[in-house]
Ligand binder design. Structure first.
Ligand code: SF4
Length: 332
């Protein structure tokens, strides 16, 4: 189901003369641990599994691995977003072998667009050229956007980087997303205002996802209204290296204070309701992972805003056009 690139991992272990490696795995790959670990054993290296949560390459645990006496880190499931590390670090993208081409072929009659943008996550990225070929042969012009600041490949999107779809949004009539879940198609729709057809290669399904953006915007407006009645704010960043947007948090804290509000910058590893409850604050602004206030809003009992929404609340921005939070190098 996944390509764990055993030869590449073995070459890396030999090249860096690794005696003890740390392995980082997102939840979905943990059931494959035995297969992954066998490569390290076969190459004569000891392997330690870092069992804390791991949602993206933003969460590279090189410092922890070094503290544990490891010579190297092997991070699975995400592409390198260019963060500097204190140990030799190998990213194994764990691309999925599930072939979406059959589903795309079946979906062709539903594709009423003349120009279609292609977007996916790193797990399915290698199928984009073949999908483009199928589309071309049925008279549809495929377009693949150049990668944004955190993505590595043309057409790749992340929950904190919609650059590739934004770069072609004015040249296409809609998007074809290859992958699972609704978060990414919703993000494409919000970032571009275009219709999204989602092909799920795992379930073998194809859905025309016409999001009710009006409902989404009403929910976010209601969240801003709840926060408007609050006085004490926590500005959240994470200690995960690619989510530690301290410069952004400091600038938001300054803006909130100048608007007469109280603002504290809170640094947490994992952001959860239980941890936030201890601080007795009224509302939060998330300057950590942009997915948290959108995707996980239901997990929090108090209002949790994006940086853009916080600026709307204090009258520094207009609510429309709504802007998705994206991570920029100037945030750090
Ligand atoms: S910041 Fe969030 S969306 Fe971006 S890579 Fe990390 S976990 Fe994924």
């Amino acid at each position: 189901m996944y390509n764990f690139e055993h030869k590449k991992v073995t070459r890396f272990i030999k090249k860096h003369k690794v005696r003890r490696a740390a392995i980082q795995l997102p939840a979905g790959l943990r059931p494959h641990l035995s297969e992954i670990k066998a490569t390290f054993e076969g190459a004569g290296a000891d392997a330690i599994i870092l069992g804390d949560s791991c949602y993206g390459a933003c969460d590279v645990a090189d410092v922890k691995a070094k503290q544990l006496g490891c010579d190297a880190l092997v991070h699975y499931g995400h592409s390198d977003m260019g963060l500097r590390t204190v140990l030799p670090t190998l990213y194994v993208e764990a691309r999925m072998t599930a072939d979406p081409l059959g589903v795309v072929e079946k979906a062709l009659p539903k594709l009423k667009f003349k120009r279609l943008g292609l977007a996916t996550t790193v797990q399915h990225i290698e199928f984009l050229p073949k999908i483009a070929k199928i589309l071309r042969s049925s008279g549809i012009k495929p377009l693949v956007g150049k990668p944004g600041s955190r993505a590595r490949y043309p057409g790749q999107i992340l929950g904190c980087d919609w650059g590739s779809v934004k770069s072609i949004s004015d040249k296409v009539d809609g998007f074809l997303f290859i992958g699972t879940g609704k978060f990414h198609p919703l993000g494409i729709s919000l970032a571009t205002g275009k219709e999204v057809i989602a092909v799920n290669p795992v379930a073998g399904s194809c859905e025309n996802l016409i999001f009710n953006l009006g409902d989404f915007l009403r929910q976010r407006k209601a969240m801003i209204s709840r926060a408007t009645a609050c006085e004490k704010f926590g500005i959240l960043i994470s200690s995960k290296p690619g989510q530690a947007r301290l410069k952004l948090a400091a600038s938001l804290a300054g803006e909130l204070r100048r608007a007469g509000l109280t603002a504290h910058i809170l640094v947490l590893d994992e952001i959860s309701q239980e941890k936030l409850d201890d601080f007795k604050l009224d509302a939060f602004v998330c300057a950590a992972c942009p997915r948290i206030p959108i995707d996980d809003a239901g997990r929090f009992s108090k209002p949790i805003l994006t940086p853009f929404e916080a600026r709307v609340m204090i009258g520094k921005e207009k609510f429309e056009p709504y802007k998705l939070d994206e991570v920029k190098s100037s945030d750090f």
